[in-house]
Design a protein around this ligand. Structure first.
Ligand SMILES: Cc1cc2nc3c(=O)[nH]c(=O)nc-3n(C[C@H](O)[C@H](O)[C@H](O)COP(=O)(O)OP(=O)(O)OC[C@H]3O[C@@H](n4cnc5c(N)ncnc54)[C@H](O)[C@@H]3O)c2cc1C
Length: 506
């Protein structure tokens, strides 16, 4: 896309001025009723909205100064994501895709030639980028992808089918993934990443998807038959799979940036609505069940604040995050479950009015739902979180969960508080559903640790205490589900003798 008509740079602003300017532009754009209707009811983004947003150079926070960016500071990136998602979750995903799934990987693993040619164009020419990993037959199973490449004097020739890549048909650059075809015609195990310039052709959109939510973002199916010049393949430090883990963990660790603005907005909407809506002669906010819902949303906000602080301190661009599976998977699952739960709660509180296509409550439910699916389905990530912890426990020859977590650096401050729910011996061979349940417990134990650390840094203590109470309830309830011994099975061919009407009529 070409937004080059707007050239006024905001590069000279200090970060406070930069983010305030960005917030003001977003707030003006999204509070204007006519804009909001156009943005929320139509697919894509009106060009004038895109132009004004890009003029604020939000993507510059993901780029180092050497390539005309603001420096690639993670705290600034999280602040931009937060400001964006307060006004629009889809827009925040667009910024997040560009930052975590294109600019950061290229910055860390790109050749000098690629970085020189590609990164600067994101600020000077307002380019957009995305990442294609998923294939129709290989989603969760991404390592088995069938997109292949061979190498010639021209470069790397990539062929395959990719789908569901955010910004399909819209991005100027793509990170494409594939496996090398060896001499026998088989695909090597490792995954490689390539930077593709869309003006060079080679990617055809064969189908446009009617995505349920996130209307702003185009999705679809792409046929890839592209030649990538030498110098535009990412250079792994060890192997491609480790590089992919670093990229995905880095992205997952930045999910709190997208989540926090979104949840804070839902919290503001919930408080505002419940203070003003009178039911049975009293404002909704006076009802205990309403307070319960809002208290949970507020706790999510506190937990996400703690996670942003954690990411700012632990996920800098200089760090290799390929082994950060435990915090990355805990953070991604908890953030996205909280986003969806907060949206469901707001819709409940707003009632029928919220079930309109252009109301933030209903939109938030569908817009936040895929976060639980993409970049690692939550069911799988919770399981992996448990497996990582069980592996460490085996290595430490420790089977008592509390004893292990009380000495583990990511839970050393929270384990004691949760001792009554954690003081049991874990069976190392448990059913998958139990691993998932255990993952839910572990994610919350780690979250509580981050909340305690946030409190120590000076975050207001009443919110910290409420969040601790909410997390304790969540852990107890997850523990109760984990403790259940039965593993109810399913009847696949259940149609015979399973009609209540036939039985009642006999
Ligand atoms: C809005 C949206 C945006 C996306 N953006 C991108 C993008 O920018 N780039 C990109 O490459 N891809 C993107 N994706 C694709 C996304 O990453 C995949 O959808 C995801 O990896 C899951 O793959 P799948 O849809 O093929 O589901 P499947 O792999 O078929 O899995 C479906 C479900 O099956 C269950 N399941 C799968 N495996 C297991 C298992 N081992 N154990 C137990 N349960 C299991 C889980 O519940 C899972 O959610 C996006 C998807 C959506 C919806």
């Amino acid at each position: 896309m070409d937004y080059t008509s707007v050239k006024t740079s905001v590069a000279h602003l200090n970060f406070t001025e930069f983010i305030e300017n960005y917030k003001k532009v977003l707030s003006d754009l999204f509070s204007e009723r006519s804009n909001l209707e156009e943005i929320s009811l139509n697919r894509g983004l009106p060009p004038f909205v895109m132009r004004d947003i890009m003029a604020c150079e939000p993507l510059s926070v993901f780029i180092s100064k050497e390539y005309n960016g603001r420096g690639g500071n993670v705290q600034e990136a999280l602040s931009v994501l937060e400001a964006t998602s307060y006004e629009s979750l889809p827009l925040s995903l667009m910024v997040g895709i560009n930052g975590a799934l294109f600019l950061q990987p290229v910055s860390i693993y790109g050749s000098e030639e690629a970085k020189n040619n590609v990164l600067s164009s994101f600020t000077s020419e307002r380019k957009l980028g995305g990442l294609m990993i998923t294939e129709p037959d290989f989603g969760s199973d991404a390592l088995k992808m069938k997109t292949s490449y061979d190498t010639s004097s021209e470069g790397y020739h990539l062929k395959g089918t990719k789908h569901w890549a955010g910004l399909t048909g819209w991005a100027d650059y793509w990170l494409l993934t594939g496996r090398e075809m060896n001499k026998d015609g088989d695909l090597n195990r490792d995954i490689d990443f390539f930077i593709h310039d869309n003006t060079k052709k080679g990617i055809e959109v064969s189908e446009v998807y009617q995505n349920l939510g996130l209307y702003m973002l185009p999705y679809g199916k792409n046929e890839v038959d592209a030649v990538i010049p030498h110098g535009y393949k990412l250079i792994p430090k060890s192997n491609g799979i480790t590089m992919m883990l670093d990229i995905l963990h880095r992205s997952r660790l930045q999910f709190p940036g997208m989540g926090i603005g979104f949840v804070r907005r839902l919290l503001d909407e919930a408080i505002d609505h419940c203070k003003n809506r009178i039911v049975g002669g009293s404002p909704l906010i006076s009802y205990d069940q309403v307070k319960h819902r809002i208290s949970k949303i507020q706790s999510y906000y506190t937990v996400l604040s703690a996670m942003c602080a954690y990411t700012s301190e632990n996920a800098g661009m200089d760090k290799d995050l390929s082994r950060s599976d435990v915090p990355a998977n805990a953070i991604k699952t908890i953030v996205t479950d909280y986003m969806q739960d907060a949206a469901q709660s707001l819709l409940q509180l707003v009632g029928a009015k919220g079930y309109r296509l252009n109301h933030i409550a209903g939109r938030s439910v569908v817009d936040s739902r895929p976060y639980q699916i993409f970049e690692g389905s939550n069911d799988i990530l919770y399981q992996q979180l448990s497996e990582s912890v069980l592996k460490m426990m085996r290595k430490a020859k420790q089977s008592n969960l509390y004893e292990f977590l009380n000495n583990y650096h990511l839970s050393v401050k929270s384990a004691q508080i949760l001792k009554d729910s954690l003081d049991f011996s874990v069976d190392m061979k448990i059913a998958q559903r139990k691993l998932v349940q255990l993952g839910k417990i572990l994610g919350r134990v780690l979250s509580l640790n981050m909340v305690i650390e946030l409190g120590e840094k000076g975050f207001r203590s009443d919110m910290i205490n409420h969040s601790i109470e909410n997390l304790k309830i969540e852990v107890r309830s997850a523990f109760a589900a984990y403790q259940t011994d039965t593993l109810p099975d399913i009847v696949i061919d259940y149609h015979e003798e399973s009609s209540w009407a036939n039985i009642t009529g006999k």
